[in-house]
Design a protein around this ligand. Structure first.
Ligand SMILES: [Zn+2]
Length: 465
């Protein structure tokens, strides 16, 4: 059995994100059965006999930093084959074209390819857990494709089951259409003693008061709770959504709870942010996309901090930003510092302090909290899953390093990620994804992209006729 072989990483610097273990200049990490079993500082004694046994894989971690894998709490992974095509356009064009035209043209195969491509790319840049925010459930087969793409890549994922894209507004404008009942089939088929291991879990993504009628948004949340699923909902992005006062409506209905993750939150008022905090809810900021989305609203980062909420981070849609978490951290830090400049020293003095270590925490342990898995992942802690990355700290863009946290948050990128493990299994090793022909993967994505564009164009020309 593969899981009985231990992996021992020696002389590795550790950023554990675990308060008890902290940061270690040199340590030995032992992995057994997919979990971290110990993290011990390297002994100074040159005569000490290492605790090895036959069959152990021993890795020299000199020059490497180990940290927990990143947790991306909101990604429309299905859009991975049409990445970087909407950054110069008004966000309204994205909504009209991707969520209606192209989205409605997606076949199950496209969702599978998009999810596979996006998951592998996430793994390569150190994201070991992805919340796949999947609002493309055009048929049961689309959901099957999404799950297959996630599963095949080896990533840890939460499949966030949503609703279909369609050429009209019937699913997203005061919608009277209930959440697709197929979620019951998916839960029964895949997640209740089904063929998947526990690497993939199920959640539900909601339309909420901004997109659904009161009966529907209350029903979808009650359905999620009946099925025992966490939920995630886009909330408060763009001024038009402020008047829905979604969080206030959830609170008024007595439905606000700690199982909810609110995405964006730009136009929520302070009282609504406080309601999220008071009810134990969590928040996901898609900082790079938000900064690229003209009109989305001010990033609520500092207002969140004032309520006590510490956000998680997310790659959102690669159609107008990058999904990698290094960029999210770097953008948030720059946003924070530039905000202090903009508001001036007097107001800045009253802002909550933010450190680079806080930012790294948002991308790891806070992400784990936001998907309800903080006892399993999000830090390097004995007993937790061995989801981690090893960064080459001597790369030219990082070395010579004084503080590895500063180096990683400010300057690290995918190319510095030497190894990635999910549940103790190497998915990236010595700089390359394990068992993946990346050229073939990109070619597959390109074929899907061309098919999507052809279908969307023929739909448009038919409409014009
Ligand atoms: Zn989103």
């Amino acid at each position: 059995m593969q899981q009985s072989q231990r992996t021992i990483i020696e002389k590795v610097a550790v950023l554990s994100l675990d308060k008890q273990i902290g940061e270690l200049d040199s340590a030995t990490i032992t992995i057994d059965g997919g979990r971290i079993t110990s993290i011990e500082p390297t002994l100074d004694n040159p005569h000490a006999v290492p605790d090895h046994r036959a069959g152990d894989e021993v890795i020299n971690g000199s020059g490497l930093v180990a940290l927990p894998g990143f947790v991306d709490t909101h990604r429309h992974t299905w859009q991975s084959a049409i990445k970087h095509s909407y950054a110069e356009l008004d966000p309204g064009v994205y909504f009209a074209e991707v969520l209606k035209g192209l989205g409605a043209s997606y076949q199950a195969e496209d969702v599978y390819i998009g999810n596979k491509l996006g998951s592998y790319a996430a793994l390569s840049s150190g994201t070991t857990t992805l919340f796949d925010w999947s609002h493309v459930q055009n048929s049961p087969e689309h959901s099957d494709g999404a799950i297959a793409g996630l599963h095949e890549s080896g990533i840890r994922a939460v499949f966030g089951h949503g609703w279909p894209t369609s050429p009209d507004d019937s699913w997203t404008a005061n919608s009277v259409r209930p959440h697709p009942a197929d979620i019951r089939r998916i839960q029964a088929q895949y997640f209740r003693n089904g063929p998947l291991d526990d690497r993939i879990t199920l959640a539900m993504v909601l339309r909420g008061p901004e997109e659904a009628s009161p009966d529907v948004w209350q029903h979808e949340l009650r359905l999620a709770r009946e099925l025992g699923l966490r939920v995630s909902v886009h909330t408060g992005a763009y001024a038009r959504n402020a008047k829905a006062a979604a969080v206030q409506q959830y609170a008024n209905a007595g439905l606000l709870g700690p199982d909810m993750t609110f995405v964006h939150c730009n136009h929520l008022n302070d009282q609504e942010l406080q309601l999220i905090a008071d009810h134990g809810g969590t928040v996901s900021l898609g900082i790079h996309c938000e900064m690229n989305s003209t009109g989305v609203g001010e990033i609520p980062f500092h207002r969140l901090l004032q309520t006590g909420i510490r956000p998680s981070l997310s790659g959102d849609t690669e159609t107008k930003c990058t999904g990698d978490m290094f960029t999210q951290m770097r953008m948030l830090w720059a946003y924070h510092r530039s905000t202090l400049t903009r508001i001036g020293p007097e107001r800045a003095a009253h802002m909550p302090a933010v450190t680079l270590r806080d930012i790294l925490g948002y991308a790891t342990i806070n992400g784990a909290r936001a998907i309800g898995q903080e006892t399993e992942i999000g830090s390097l802690t004995p007993g937790k899953r061995a989801d981690m990355l090893l960064i080459d700290i001597n790369a030219l863009n990082l070395g010579p390093v004084q503080d590895p946290v500063a180096s990683i948050v400010l300057a690290a990128h995918e190319g510095n990620v030497r190894d990635v493990l999910v549940g103790g299994t190497f998915v990236k090793r010595n700089g390359a994804l394990v068992g993946v022909n990346t050229q073939a993967l990109v070619d597959e994505g390109r074929r899907s992209q061309h098919n999507l564009l052809d279908r969307a164009n023929s739909r448009t020309s038919m409409t014009e006729v």
